[in-house]
Design a protein around this ligand. Structure first.
Ligand SMILES: C[S@@+](CC[C@H](N)C(=O)[O-])C[C@H]1O[C@@H](n2cnc3c(N)ncnc32)[C@H](O)[C@@H]1O
Length: 462
């Protein structure tokens, strides 16, 4: 491990007192490896023997870090590799998320907490997963498509732009960019980048983000604020600032003693802290607030200069609607030649959001007509609403699956011609178009496995 800065040591010793030595030892130990299962895809019973994350029933620890890239189930969205402490967000929100909600995950890439939120929300709720950095927003969209929930939109906007949607969201999660002290064990870069000055800059940036997004939260709406750092400035001080400057009350969360979660360092600011010498995970901070300030009405919704020309409510032949289970629950529409399905109960929200935000992915992309064919999209293969009965399915072995995910051409001489859905251990991976002597690989080019260092044996994670 890189050497810790003297300033970090002296500041953190002041917070931890006698626990400093335990903390310093824990930083030298190995990070636990954990995954969180997708309850809509993975067979949870099968993995019951794993040691589970205490605060999240879908979370489990692995004994060692496998090469996830070479597990086809990882690419099918059956699980997400997530640090265990941050899974606590699910527990926090479970207590306060009830009914049909509009939820914003403001700083969402690569998607750990957004996938968690998607699994938690009811199907008549809407999840907007946003990431300001374009390249990271692409990764977020990929991960959300793989997770497979249709009630999700991925956007690439600055918080101030989303903040113009006054009084719109019931719940906002700000998992803020921070100085990353809680990641020192996993990421040496965070140690090298750390400085007192950077902590100050992070705190100021966090306040800017919070102030920018605040108007978008409804009165009585819930804000979850989290970081993966330890210092007071970016944590309790910022929560106090939200309470006093923006207008909120800080709410308690029920936790169990055995989880060994540490309380806030400031009595008047209830918060939940994770330290690696007490809990099996990385450093994490989280607090929950309810907006008490009266939110302004939605008056200055910005309009994009030009609507992207989606043709609404055009009719898609029923045979393609039947690609989805419960197709009556969806609105079907085209955009740029592709057909989409979005939960009908939230379709008006999608239209509204599309006018003001830069939408990277939305609902389920079913595919597009090309010549005589309707070419199915990867988003359909990944959807938890995929109606498998309407496809030719071919379950492939591990090596073929890796070749497919590397976007190599395949030969499926025993399969009928046409579009075939490839599965691995019955989990959809994507489509090929079988033309007899070979099968055209339809896996998205930008998602392909690039590493050619393929292990000899399958990587089985569970
Ligand atoms: C802690 S990470 C989010 C991790 C994510 N929530 C997850 O669970 O996978 C913080 C994110 O904030 C983004 N970010 C950086 N500067 C930002 C800004 N000024 N406004 C909003 N987000 C920002 C970063 O690109 C990064 O993706």
């Amino acid at each position: 491990m890189a050497e810790l800065s003297i300033d970090f040591i002296s500041r953190t010793k002041k917070l931890l007192f006698k626990d400093w030595d335990l903390f310093a030892d824990a930083l030298k130990s190995e990070s636990p490896v954990s995954i969180r299962l997708n309850p809509a895809k993975a067979d949870v019973k099968k993995v019951a023997s794993f040691s589970s994350v205490l605060w999240n029933s879908d979370g489990m620890y692995l004994e060692k870090r496998p090469r996830f890239t070479f597990d086809p189930l990882f690419h099918s969205g059956a699980y997400y590799v997530q640090e265990a402490s941050s899974m606590f967000i699910g527990h926090v929100l479970k207590q306060y998320m009830d009914g049909d909600l509009k939820v914003l995950d403001l700083c969402a890439a690569p998607g750990g907490k957004s996938t968690l939120l998607a699994s938690l929300m009811n199907r008549n709720s809407l999840l907007v997963s946003n990431e300001v950095i374009r390249s990271r927003a692409n990764i977020l969209a990929e991960n959300m498509i793989k997770w497979g929930y249709p009630n999700n939109i991925v956007t690439n906007n600055d918080p101030a732009q989303i903040g113009k949607l006054h009084n719109y969201f019931d719940v906002i999660l700000v998992d803020a960019p921070c100085s990353g002290e809680g990641m020192f064990r996993k990421d040496e870069g965070a140690i090298n980048e750390w400085s007192v000055e950077n902590v100050k800059l992070c705190k100021e940036r966090q306040q800017r983000i919070l102030a920018d997004i605040w108007p978008a939260l409804k009165t009585s709406g819930i804000l979850v604020y989290s970081t993966c750092t330890y210092n007071l400035e970016e944590n309790e001080e910022n929560v106090g600032w939200i309470r006093d400057e923006l207008g909120a009350e800080v709410l308690p969360v029920e936790i169990e003693k055995g989880w060994r979660i540490s309380p806030s360092f400031v009595k008047e600011v209830p918060a939940y802290r994770f330290f690696p010498y007490k809990t099996k995970g990385e450093g994490f901070f989280c607090a929950l607030l309810r907006k008490t300030e009266e939110a302004d009405d939605w008056t200055d919704l910005p309009k994009k200069p030009k609507d992207k020309g989606k043709k609404m409510k055009e009719s898609l032949p029923v045979e393609y609607k039947n690609f989805l289970l419960n197709d009556k629950e969806f609105s079907f529409y085209t955009s740029k030649e592709r057909w989409y399905a979005f939960p009908a109960s939230m379709y008006d929200d999608l239209s509204t959001l599309r006018k003001s935000l830069n939408v990277m992915s939305e609902g389920i992309c079913l595919g597009e007509f090309k010549g005589k064919d309707f070419v199915p999209d990867q988003s359909l293969a990944m959807s938890i609403y995929l109606n498998k009965e309407n496809f030719i399915i071919h379950d492939i072995d591990w090596r073929t699956a890796i070749n497919y995910l590397r976007k190599e051409p395949l030969a499926l001489p025993d399969q009928p011609k046409g579009f075939v859905l490839l599965t691995y251990k019955n989990m959809p991976l994507g489509f090929v178009k079988n033309i007899g002597n070979r099968a055209n690989n339809l896996y998205p080019q930008e998602w392909r496995i690039r590493s050619s260092n393929i292990p000899d044996e399958p990587t089985d994670v569970y």
